[in-house]
Design a protein around this ligand. Structure first.
Ligand SMILES: C[S@@+](CC[C@H](N)C(=O)[O-])C[C@H]1O[C@@H](n2cnc3c(N)ncnc32)[C@H](O)[C@@H]1O
Length: 249
């Protein structure tokens, strides 16, 4: 994005960097305007679901992936970039019991999650880190969050996830990859906007499996396993690709 454009629309901070907190708050404002009188729909759209049914079914899909990766009752789990609680609400529906913590850059999202999921904890956290004590978590997950932050922040978040996980704990997340043709539409829509001299509203980041594997190794994780977005072998296809890795015991 051009710095001039970002400053004009108020998304650049004083250093000129893209500010995801401001961008997402503005996006939520737009969704609330578009869906006046349907607050649930506005929140669902602001985190990427195009209907309430999709919001619900995607959340159920998230829980399926977590179960496949070893989610069990009694675990302490952390949802980085939790949004308004698509996964949290699905965890509650599924009957899972354990300690849930979520963080997001948007206060209205974490407040909505707390309202819909009494007993779950969610709060604002803007750094690319996991605000939890060393070795305290069984599972850290995030869906469509590395898709909206800088590659360097992805690395920092992975490094800090390693610190916060218990030995044997798991990090599971979704990402966009250009080697998947299904993700090309999103990328080339953005290319078209740039071609017309217009900048995208939100940052969209594409990662590569090799980079994730490299970051995992540097952070100390076991070699990650990857699942393509179209793979329905172990759970419903996720559409975004999935990475899963363990902190060695
Ligand atoms: C596409 S939504 C997904 C929300 C949630 N993970 C889900 O699947 O329902 C992306 C989320 O990332 C959050 N986000 C954006 N920038 C962030 C950052 N720098 N750190 C943490 N979360 C961020 C947004 O506020 C938003 O809730």
């Amino acid at each position: 994005m051009s710095l001039g454009f970002l400053k004009r629309i108020g998304l650049a901070d004083r250093s000129g960097a893209y500010n995801s907190q401001r961008a997402y708050n503005r996006f939520l404002d737009d969704c609330l305007k578009r869906h006046k009188g349907n607050r649930d729909m506005a929140f669902a759209e602001a985190i990427g679901a195009n209907s309430l049914e999709t919001f619900r079914s995607q959340g159920d899909g998230h829980v399926e992936v977590l179960r496949h990766n070893g989610l069990a009752d009694g675990m302490a789990v952390f949802d980085f970039g939790c949004g308004c609680g698509r996964t949290a609400q699905a965890l509650l529906r599924s009957g899972w019991s354990g300690q849930y913590t979520g963080t997001d850059v948007v206060a209205r999202f974490t407040a909505e999650l707390m309202r819909k999921c009494p007993g779950y904890d969610a709060f604002v956290h803007t750094a690319p880190s996991i605000p939890a004590p060393d070795g305290s978590l069984d599972m850290i997950f995030h869906w469509s969050v590395f898709t909206h932050i800088a590659v360097e922040e992805c690395f920092l978040s992975m490094e800090d996830s390693f610190r916060a996980l218990k030995p044997g704990g798991k990090l599971v997340f979704s990402f966009l990859e250009l080697t998947d043709r299904a993700h090309h539409g999103l990328f080339f829509d953005r290319v078209a906007r740039y071609r017309r001299g217009r900048d995208p509203i939100l940052m969209d980041t594409f990662l590569h499996r090799d980079w994730i594997a490299e970051f995992a190794e540097i952070a100390g994780f076991s070699a990650p396993g990857f699942t393509s977005g179209s793979d329905g072998t172990c759970h419903e296809p996720f559409w975004q690709a999935l990475a899963a890795m363990e902190k060695p015991r």
